[in-house]
Write a protein that binds this ligand. Sequence first.
Ligand code: FDA
Length: 504
Amino acid sequence: DGGTFVPAVVVGTGYGAAVSALRLGEAGIPTLMLEMGQLWNQPGPDGNVFSGMLSPDKRSSWFKNRTEAPLGSFLWLDVINKNIDPYAGVLDRVNFDQMSVYVGRGVGGGSLVNGGMAVTPKRSYFEEVLPQVDAAEMYDRYFPRANTALRVNHIDHGWFEESEWYKFARVSREQAGKAGLGTVFVPNVYDWDYMRREAAGEVPKSALATEVIYGNNHGKQSLDKTYLAAALGTGKVTIETMHQVKSIRQQKGGGYVLTVEQKDVNGRLLATKEIGCRHLFLGAGSLGTTELLLRARETGALPDLSSAVGAGWGPNGNIMTARANHIWNPTGAHQSSIPAMGIDDWDNRDAPVFAEIAPMPAGLETWVSLYLAITKNPERGTFVYDAARDAMNLRWTRDQNTPAVNAAKSLFDRINKACTTIYRYDLFGGQAKNFADDFCYHPLGGCVLGKATDNYGRVSGYKNLYVTDGSLIPGSIGVNPFVTITALAERNIERVIKQDVTAS
Ligand code: FDA
């Protein structure tokens, strides 16, 4: 159509996007959110919105012929992934040359598929990563604001100690203890009271029915239940789903025009639209936002964008690994899919690691202890635009993950030594492999705060253009990142609304 105009457009519906839309709506600014994925609120033929983790169907994956689960094998057998029809499912795995990145697709972005671990970073490390941000203001005001709005809650310690569903975490805690390592409880946005009622058989099971990476049918307070519900509640915010922003150009006299493709859930193009706006907020995630700006710079649509667009990317030091326990030390056939505890060795100067004790909810005893280690890897990748494919590549080589693997190895070698146990080599694909170093859950950077933008996410070289999401964080934050993304977005949007939006 000939073009719609809205005062503010927000691209994406993940954490940064949701924060921005809520605060714009509260300020009375008519705001349109554009999301390439679906709104996940319609039950399928089985009565559930999402498909389960152990028997995924097409709802699980974003246009794949076969699911691409992080654990690709068991006893080296290809028993985990399933053939499916290509469809606008909820979890995407974006495969670059030597690194794959998992992201959520749909209203709520990563909140639909993630483990809900809601961790505020250590202040000293936050100050190291983002020295130009006033940490006192963050820790006094924006982190608390984010935690409240996200409905972060804490597991009941008494229940944790006695529940069969967290035996796997208690086993890992004891083994870490033998190696002299400490553990911490980790807050979550999954409603722990709901989980206790699941365990008591009072409500339909979700976390206790292995649901997580392909969506939780119950219990999880994902963004569609929190920030986005509040944003819609202002009456000023609307969300268009299955709308993918393809390109951005400047409008004469100020503002921006977006070219947007609307597709159906099977990938058929329904319409190509032009949407104009005065203020444009990019919340398409580290990959999505960076690609839009790189394309704009390299095609000459926004030629004054900084050369820093595309730089400073990292996987938050993510390394997955697993240990094999002795036969007399089972981890439990019943495991909650929501992690509750981490091994905290971040203050180890030689090899800082924060390792989430991850469940392996297989429905049978596996004797596996699984971990997602977050390490401090100084290596960074760079996104580059590939004109032939009109898409971006990631310059990141496998060996850049060596520092991360070494840090994880030093921690888990200690545990194995103390417990006379060994690694599992069968879980990460065809060959013997004990560290998964080729995928991540925590893509960060690409449009780094203070480099590709000013200190509040205003894109350098252009007025009224903002980055709001994980692409602002320079590759590492030392813990699971969504609380930081949310709090930083809260800080930035408050300033931008006051100085740029309501003042204009
Ligand atoms: P996010 O990726 O959430 O949202 C971007 C949105 O934009 C998506 O909905 C996408 O579809 C949309 N989009 C992209 N391009 C677009 C375009 N061109 N047009 C329209 N829409 C577009 N973190 C954490 O803190 N605790 C945890 O426990 C976990 N666990 C975890 C597990 C798994 C399996 C994954 C994949 C990830 C996690 N994470 C996590 C990471 C966390 O989910 C992630 O850091 C945030 O979702 C990132 O938030 P953003 O706002 O940056 O974008």
